[in-house]
Design a protein around this ligand. Structure first.
Ligand SMILES: [Zn+2]
Length: 498
């Protein structure tokens, strides 16, 4: 926890970036493996006890293992955006794996307009929904290949291997609570494509591996079967490196491995939809999307994060701000903040500020230029350890990394830049999630929230990077771009870790 400060922090010059590591100019191939659901502390403990021999040998011996934070919401696919597009979910206007667009919710074809769930067959919409303001790594580097990537804009035809074929297997993996066989098919698909001449290799390869996320949901983040899943992925890394060695390109490869979110054990479920219904609302929730008179919607991600939308006198046109939300939906706000399962709720306040309400206090974060202004009443709901503080954006991560909610100022600010973010964002405390009867099979572990268990992620590179402090997953995009001698053509918030 940072020390308590009475004075504005970060009042001096922004922290200088560490001196740049000499990036070797011999990189012909960048490989990015997204280890879905890897907890930073679990991976570190496994590496320290020599249980990840291929990570140790091929990545850590000469490379970097950096402390990273992901984005809010910390959930699969949405948290891939910073790595593959360089953008936050807020800027991408994709604030969850389920969302409602209030401006379109009651207009047009109700079945398809104004809301999304990317779970199941609608997963393909994720790529279609990417706004033009984003640039994918595949657009930046058209000579790329991916294996089963939901984000694939810019990939040449046929270069998203195992994508169409994977969906029956994904369906089975959900109900059998294991995806080691999906990872195996993905790995085989990659190995098959490394068959021709080394000169025919793409410059960038993206491979997401799901085994740890699925095992964590099924058994918990520390269960033996989950640890087995970490070690299976270690085995896959070893096999990929051996194949690249046989190809004669390993010496000219930059390998990065990172996770999109962590996990926390779930003992109990708060059925948020039911709770809102019991307050008298008629609630929309996927997959029940048939048209009816509605005055609220609940969209859960992960399942510890939810966007909650409410109508104002039957109107859905826009997000509610500050006073009007508090005036019209006070009972909902008060109920949520005092529920023992709820960590806090947050919503838009006046002049672009974000208000955070919890059982013990109320906070207000406001981004003004390059600074965050933060204040609270009662106990600090974000437990930042400083009050009435003004924090320069360059210090916002380092000052919060060891707290309960790493990178809270940046993440709460970015998520509310999306017009599709709920009138309320609700997160559950570790031990709970927010999706009740509709989640089957039952989840024993969750993610999506801003707590350290979900936000802290490992970021690894087989070559030494210059980053010495904590970094964000938005920094991966410019790092890989630089490995390929490319520069983003769109403005992005991250910086290269070289
Ligand atoms: Zn998950």
């Amino acid at each position: 926890m940072p020390p308590i400060r009475d004075q504005p922090v970060g009042a001096t010059e922004p922290r200088a970036l560490p001196s740049r590591a000499a990036r070797s100019m011999d990189i012909d191939l960048a490989v990015f493996i997204l280890a879905d659901g890897f907890r930073a502390d679990v991976l570190r403990a496994l590496c320290e006890s020599d249980k990840m021999p291929n990570f140790s040998r091929y990545v850590l011996r000469e490379g970097s293992h950096v402390e990273g934070v992901t984005v809010l919401p910390s959930v699969t696919d949405v948290a891939y955006l910073p790595m593959l597009t360089g953008q936050y979910p807020g800027a991408a206007n994709m604030p969850g794996i389920r969302w409602v667009d209030k401006s379109r919710f009651t207009a047009g074809n109700f079945v398809v307009s104004g809301h999304r769930s990317y779970i199941g067959p609608a997963h393909f919409r994720f790529n279609e929904d990417l706004p033009d303001s984003l640039e994918t790594l595949f657009e930046l580097s058209p000579n790329s290949m991916a294996i089963r990537s939901d984000i694939h804009r810019g990939l040449p035809s046929g270069s998203n291997r195992f994508y169409g074929m994977s969906w029956p297997l994904m369906f089975l993996s959900h109900y059998f609570k294991r995806s080691d066989f999906v990872d195996k098919f993905a790995f085989n698909s990659l190995i098959k494509s490394l068959n021709g001449n080394a000169s025919d290799l793409p410059r960038f390869i993206f491979l997401p591996l799901l085994g740890v996320d699925t095992a964590s949901h099924a058994h918990g983040p520390h269960h033996k079967r989950t640890i087995d899943a970490y070690q299976r992925i270690d085995g896959i890394i070893g096999s990929i490196v051996n194949r690249l060695k046989k190809f004669g390109v390993w010496d000219r490869t930059h390998l990065m491995i990172a996770s999109d979110h962590g996990h926390s054990q779930t003992q109990d479920h708060l059925d948020l939809t039911r709770l809102v219904s019991e307050l008298g609302y008629s609630v929309f929730e996927h997959p029940s999307i048939y048209p009816r008179k509605l005055d609220a919607a609940v969209a859960v991600s992960g399942n510890a994060f939810a966007n909650v939308y409410v109508a104002s006198d039957g109107r859905w046109e826009r997000s509610l701000v500050g006073d009007e939300l508090e005036r019209e939906h006070q009972r909902l706000l008060e109920t949520l903040r005092h529920r023992p399962e709820v960590e806090w709720a947050a919503y838009r306040h006046d002049n672009g500020a974000v208000k955070i309400i919890s059982d013990s206090g109320t906070g207000l974060v406001h981004r003004k230029g390059e600074r965050f202004i933060y204040s609270y009443e009662g106990s600090d709901p974000l437990e930042l350890g400083f009050s009435s503080a003004s924090v320069h954006e360059s210090e916002a991560l380092e000052l919060t990394i060891d707290g309960r909610f790493p990178d809270a100022l940046e993440q709460l600010s970015q998520i509310f830049t999306s017009e599709r973010t709920g009138d309320l964002v609700v997160t559950s405390k570790p031990g709970y999630d927010l999706r009740g009867k509709r989640e089957w099979p039952e989840h024993r572990s969750s993610h999506g929230a801003l707590c350290r268990e979900h936000m802290k992620v490992p970021i690894l590179s087989n070559r030494p990077l210059s980053a010495s402090g904590p970094v964000r997953t938005v920094d991966i995009f410019p790092t890989i771009a630089e490995s390929l001698d490319l520069t983003s053509t769109k403005p992005i918030p991250g910086r290269s870790l070289w």
